[in-house]
Design a protein around this ligand. Structure first.
Ligand code: GDP
Length: 510
């Protein structure tokens, strides 16, 4: 039954185009055809491993109220652009309130501590604006206890003032209003308060419970009052934490320092961070080597609500990520390994969905095509089918107007049509933007074959396989001929690999 054989052949690595209509199939091909019935079940290689033991960091139980001690409030400054957020942060940092010792050079680590004459402390996050605040919120991390809403007295409530109010309300964080620029002639603080009223912020003077302090960030006026109002509100909020438990915290900034390597600033939320602590964050971990404060001084420990710069990460974790202490390096490695595994599983799931839907589309298209071309010979039909996919093939560089100087010829093999199509779709969207052109010389379903090798040799190409194999003799031949065969089981890894290969082919930039 030639139709049946043809159909089967399409799912194998045999180059059907090279067959003459009357060819007699060799035994090895017949075997491949027989194998074809199993092709659709190659999904086994994409099976998601759900039975693996969860090795993530266990959550600590809620602390015993008896061990809780008060902690300083963590404050974010928000408000409309140009209303004075940065100026206020600068003044607070420089003011006599700040516990600065002689010689301390303030550096930006994302937060700083201010100490009042009464001894009370406040931690200010010094990335003003709600972008940082919402980025944290999006990750489910709420490090802020109080929002200081800066409103310029000469300008009043503006769009970002309203947005800031909404952000704070949504997060359930109480507000203190800093009516700024009160030194200006046209300042009208009372108008500001009336305007705030219409947005649900009721200041004390108007019968509500929101404190509003008239300040001048520029002249440093009334900053102590603002700080005292903050401490008062903190007392009402009864902010407490257990300084004795394992450390929990949130990363507010991360960067790579030339000398120190990966560095993060974190706000400690529970426990006391010390040198030697082993921490897990995202898919990386740290054994704390050094802790620094915002003045660049080494500190020996950091308790709840304190911001410190942490040195000792294996890789750089992302801002917004949660930090959890574990009791050994071994535990940290296990947890990180588990998290990376889980990440991979999620990617696999995504791949699976993409491939399945592509496979379905492909099958439907194939059925349609078969009906439409029922009158054609199998060879004509094969050509018609691959023509339908022709748009996926990029043209030869030499055929291009102007001609691209660089190209990376590739051969793509996948376990099922769906996966090949999924990869081709990604490549298509990727192609044009690159300086080095991707040149797909061949794509198809099945393990890496002799034919693929020949093509790779002819075009000096690289073979990319997704969920397929290359047997020993193919591998040996490839290495003898210097042909690269790259096999992957996750699409994004294959694409990453391809991107690397593309940039490798680029001349080094100055
Ligand atoms: P941000 O965009 O909210 O961070 O605002 P900036 O702190 O950059 O301030 C915007 C402008 O307002 C700058 O020119 C500041 O010098 C000025 N400014 C800030 N606070 C005051 C203030 O209290 N009084 C006066 N007169 N000008 C201020």
């Amino acid at each position: 039954d030639i139709d049946h054989v043809y159909e089967a052949l399409l799912h194998t690595s045999i180059d059907v185009d090279s067959l003459e209509p009357d060819s007699v199939l060799e035994e090895k091909w017949i075997k491949e055809v027989v194998k074809m019935s199993g092709m659709k079940f190659k999904w086994a290689t994409l099976t998601v491993d759900r039975d693996r033991e969860n090795k993530d960091v266990e959550r600590q139980p809620l602390p015993d109220p008896a061990v809780l001690v008060s902690r300083p409030p963590v404050v974010t400054i928000m408000g409309h652009v140009d209303h004075g957020k940065t100026t206020l942060l600068d003044s607070l940092r420089k003011s006599q309130l700040a516990a600065m010792e002689a010689g301390g050079i303030t550096q930006h680590i994302g937060a700083f501590l201010v100490q009042l004459p009464s001894g009370e402390k406040i931690t200010f996050l010094d990335t003003p604006g709600h972008a940082a605040f919402s980025a944290m919120r999006a990750r489910g991390a709420l490090v802020t206890d109080i929002v200081i809403l800066v409103v310029a007295a000469d300008d009043g409530v503006m769009r970002q003032t309203v947005e800031s109010i909404q952000h704070a309300k949504k997060a359930g964080v109480p507000i203190i209003v800093a009516v700024n620029k009160c030194d200006k002639k046209d300042a009208d603080p009372e108008r500001v308060k009336r305007e705030l009223l219409t947005h649900g912020v009721v200041c004390e003077e108007l019968g509500g419970d929101v404190q509003a302090i008239h300040v001048s960030a520029l002249k440093g006026e009334n900053l102590l009052e603002l700080a005292e109002a903050t401490v008062t509100l903190a007392e009402v909020l009864e902010l407490k934490a257990d300084p004795t438990s394992l450390v929990e915290g949130t990363i507010i900034e991360s960067r790579t320092d030339k000398g120190k390597g990966p560095v993060t600033t974190a706000i400690v939320q529970r426990g006391t961070l010390r040198k030697g602590c082993v921490l897990v964050a995202g898919a990386t971990w740290a054994k704390v080597r050094f802790l620094y404060d915002e003045n660049g001084r080494v500190v020996s420990e950091a308790g709840p609500s304190v911001a410190v710069e942490i040195v000792g990460w294996k890789e750089l974790p992302t801002a917004g990520e949660e930090i959890l202490e574990v009791d050994s390096e071994q535990r940290a490695r296990e947890a990180v390994e588990w998290r990376s595994f889980q990440e991979n599983q999620e990617k696999l799931q995504e791949d699976k969905q993409v491939i399945e839907s592509k496979q379905q589309q492909h099958d439907e298209a194939y059925q349609k095509e078969r009906q439409a071309t029922a009158h054609l010979s199998w060879r004509q039909r094969k050509i018609a089918m691959y023509k339908a996919n022709k748009h996926l093939m990029s043209s030869r560089p030499s055929e291009k107007a102007g001609g691209a100087d660089l190209s990376l010829p590739i051969i793509v093999k996948g376990d099922v049509d769906g996966s090949v199509e999924a990869i081709m779709n990604i490549l298509q969207s990727y192609d044009a933007a690159e300086q080095c052109q991707l040149d797909v010389v061949h794509f198809g379903v099945g393990d890496v074959s002799e034919n693929d090798l020949t093509l790779a040799e002819t075009f000096s190409g690289v073979i990319y396989g997704f969920n397929v194999k290359a047997n020993k003799s193919i591998q040996q031949k490839a290495s003898k001929q210097g042909i690269q065969i790259k096999l992957h089981k996750i699409i994004y890894k294959l694409i990453d690999d391809l991107k690397d290969e593309l940039s490798n082919r680029l001349p080094p930039t100055v």
